[in-house]
Design a protein around this ligand. Structure first.
Ligand SMILES: O=P(O)(O)OC[C@H]1C[C@H](OP(=O)(O)OP(=O)(O)O)[C@H](O)[C@@H]1O
Length: 280
């Protein structure tokens, strides 16, 4: 069935947005709409101009036989700032304060729209990095990890607490998490991560950084490398910090459990985004 340009533009845009970071040959679209490749190229030019002016995303076209077009999700600084300021306001609620300087966050990580938006922001920042897999720690890191992974079109690798008998042979390491100073174990099935993988670590919360540090050591056990670390909230009122390179969306700068006073501000995401944009 032949489609007019207006119909092609609607379906093309929908298809691209639903298949981020995937190189799609122009012939696929030429057949899908029974149109000439030159018409498809013009369609893509219109979409590219609109996407880039609205900062919805980038359209990258790769020439040649194995070429095609790839949609890279992005987000505007204004949109990111509005979402993160709103998140800071949500996090400031004194009723969220938990013992040990943690925050109740289940409503935040249980909010699909918010997790998808934050996932897209991390995907925007890491768009040009070679990332093969998103690694996270069960349980609260899982929703955000899936959001980032879906926008980057890569799988998620979930590290478990303790040894689970349902995963086959495991690699396990011990780590100290949080102010508990408790030795804990994290484990990952041997078949979950290929050697030489480029890993982006994502978690919901970083306090002392023991969990992130543990995952960094675990990646090392798999002869793989960490290309970046992203957390939704960093609690920076801890003395020693086990992890120095990370991106945080928000920063918990003070938790006074007695008076239930907490100060939340924007994390270091913006400094890194500016730097990333200059690099491009
Ligand atoms: O920086 P650290 O001091 O190591 O703390 C951050 C950990 C602790 C907490 O996880 P838990 O509540 O231990 O586990 P779960 O995510 O399963 O709730 C949080 O989700 C981070 O993973």
């Amino acid at each position: 069935k032949k489609f007019r340009r207006s119909g092609r533009l609607v379906d093309l845009t929908n298809y691209l947005i639903n298949n981020p970071h995937q190189l799609i040959p122009l012939t696929y679209f030429a057949e899908r709409y029974d149109s000439a490749k030159s018409s498809i190229s013009e369609d893509l030019g219109i979409i590219k101009e609109m996407f880039e002016s609205q900062e919805t995303g980038l359209l990258v076209t790769v020439a040649g036989a194995s070429g095609g077009v790839k949609y890279i999700p992005t987000a505007s600084v204004d949109e990111i700032e509005a979402t993160l300021l709103d998140l800071c306001t949500k996090l400031k609620d004194p009723n969220r304060v938990l013992p040990g300087g943690y925050l109740y966050m289940m409503d935040i990580i249980g909010n699909p729209k918010l997790m998808n938006d934050i996932g897209r922001y991390f995907a925007t920042l890491f768009a040009n990095k070679k990332v093969d897999v998103i690694m996270t720690m069960a349980t609260k890191g899982i929703p955000l990890a899936y959001a980032v992974a879906s926008y980057m079109n890569v799988p998620v690798c979930i590290v478990r607490h303790e040894h689970r008998i349902t995963e086959g042979s495991l690699v396990s390491i011990n780590y100290v998490s949080g102010s508990t100073k408790r030795i804990q174990t994290m484990s990952l099935a041997k078949r979950s991560l290929q050697e030489g993988s480029n890993v982006l670590i994502i978690d919901d919360f970083m306090k002392a950084g023991g969990t992130i540090k543990g995952m960094i050591n675990l990646v090392d056990e798999f002869q793989s490398n960490v290309v970046g670390t992203g957390v939704l909230v960093e609690a920076d009122h801890v003395d020693e910090r086990l992890v120095d390179k990370y991106i945080s969306m928000t920063r918990l700068s003070e938790v006074n459990t007695k008076d239930k006073l907490i100060t939340v501000e924007l994390g270091n995401f913006f400094e890194n985004l500016k730097q990333y944009r200059e690099e491009k």
